[in-house]
Ligand binder design. Structure first.
Ligand SMILES: *Cc1c(COP(=O)(O)O)cnc(C)c1O
Length: 429
């Protein structure tokens, strides 16, 4: 029997528990989830006539196989019976080694070495540390700034915050306190030679102080759900090579098939020097991320005055998370996942087309398993969320965006329902 009823839970939650981007004490009433299975969240009580909600968010884009999946459950319980965790300093184990080898196998060719971290933000911290240390080791310590384009999101810890969009984003408060990075304008959706030229110029002009360019390839997620031409990745790769700057792709949101290719870099056939993975890495089961780098970067670091990467989280390489990540990758690659993502893409295009005619809708866009309705005003979160719940769907709009990134296992009927809910939320918000 549960110890607390939903009412009690909410009171304690409000008084004591921080939520993402939340005030304290809390002001909104989060829905209480009792369990989750397949694509459905089961609530502890009925809300707007619904006890179960189809999850249109994949738990922040991570639960690509849905919840309570027998294969992932089996991987977790089998590993639990062996060990849930051991320290990674001086010890190693099969789940972590297997995962690292698998990631090297499925990511672009030059990426050979894997640093396992406990969250996406930490993997970006590690990526930045790798790049800065690489140049320091080569006797170029002045190369310590980062370049990115506006509209990005790379996480909530310090270095990642410094490359998030500095305006209107979530970290505006810290302008002047964060390391000052270089920003290009946000990338246009289609290829524009003048924009590409601007990127090249910026990299050329600041090459002496630039350690790396860091971007989300093809899709900018939490910074605004914007898509851009993959051609820009080629421009970045070429300019970085020409001017001696490292290139980092943050594929935390785009990795593992979400945009229709296994990694978004695949749309342009471009390989970065450093790549961050997270979110769907464990199929949404446990917190784990990874920073991959090329041998050039690893060897550079190893030639330095301090020839080690001084980073080692307590829960580095967590065996439970690694075992589930291996199972999740096998599950994904063991099926025709491209067909499933294409099916989602078609369903989202069909299902969201009508939303374009709603008053207050500025743009509707779809790529792979991502469907976005952009409004011409900031969404009324409470009204939009309630409208989606009435349709039996969980959505979490932000700023002027109502969007969905459903689990790949969402069937056509549930997908149509998700699309109706996106429309209802856009109309209500
Ligand atoms: C979510 C996200 C992060 C941060 O990952 P956390 O696990 O939340 O720390 C970084 N970069 C991108 C592109 C993301 O979508």
């Amino acid at each position: 029997m549960p110890e607390f009823g939903p009412e009690e839970l909410r009171a304690l939650d409000r008084a004591h528990v921080w939520h993402p981007y939340g005030p304290m004490p809390g002001r909104s009433d989060p829905l209480v989830v009792e369990s989750a299975s397949g694509v459905r969240l089961r609530l502890a009580e009925e809300v707007h006539g619904q006890r179960e909600l189809v999850d249109g968010m994949s738990s922040w884009w991570s639960a690509v196989h849905g919840y309570n999946h027998p294969v992932l459950n089996e991987a977790a319980t089998a590993q639990l019976g062996r060990m849930s965790h051991v320290m990674f300093g001086g010890l190693t184990h099969e789940p972590a080694v297997r995962l690292a080898a698998r990631l090297v196998e499925i990511t672009p060719e030059p990426l050979r070495h894997v640093f396992l971290c406990d969250s996406g933000s930490v993997s970006v911290e590690v990526a930045v540390k790798m790049c800065l240390q690489y140049w320091r080791s080569l006797g170029r310590p002045a190369k310590q700034r980062l370049l990115t384009w506006r509209g990005g999101y790379h996480g909530d810890t310090w270095q990642p915050m410094s490359v998030c969009d500095p305006e209107g984003g979530m970290h505006e408060l810290w302008q002047g306190v964060l390391p000052r990075q270089l920003f290009a304008e946000a990338p246009p959706a289609d290829y524009e030679e003048s924009y590409a030229r601007g990127l090249r110029d910026l990299i050329a002009r600041h090459a002496d102080e630039l350690a790396a360019v860091i971007v989300e390839p093809v899709v900018q997620g939490a910074g605004g759900m914007r898509f851009h031409s993959p051609e820009y990745l080629r421009v970045l790769r070429q300019a970085c090579d020409e001017h001696g700057v490292l290139l980092v792709f943050d594929e935390i949101a785009t990795g593992f098939g979400r945009t229709g290719t296994l990694f978004a870099a695949g749309h342009a056939d471009v390989a970065p020097d450093v790549m961050c993975l997270g979110k769907a890495l464990t199929g949404g089961y446990l917190t784990m991320a990874a920073t991959l780098c090329s041998s050039k970067v690893a060897e550079g670091i190893s030639r330095g005055e301090v020839p080690v990467l001084a980073h080692g989280p307590t829960f580095m390489g967590n065996p439970l998370a690694a075992a589930v990540a291996c199972a999740s990758i096998d599950l994904l690659l063991g099926q025709d996942w491209q067909r499933e993502v294409r099916r989602l893409e078609t369903g989202l295009r069909d299902g969201l087309a009508e939303a374009a005619d709603l008053p207050g809708v500025k743009d509707v866009r779809v790529l792979g398993g991502i469907g976005v309705v952009q409004l011409d005003h900031d969404v009324d979160m409470a009204a939009a969320t309630a409208a989606a719940v009435r349709e039996g769907v969980w959505l979490r709009p932000f700023r002027d965006l109502v969007y969905t990134m459903p689990p790949y296992v969402t069937d056509d009927e549930d997908l149509a329902r998700v699309c109706r809910a996106v429309g209802a939320a856009a109309a209500a918000g």
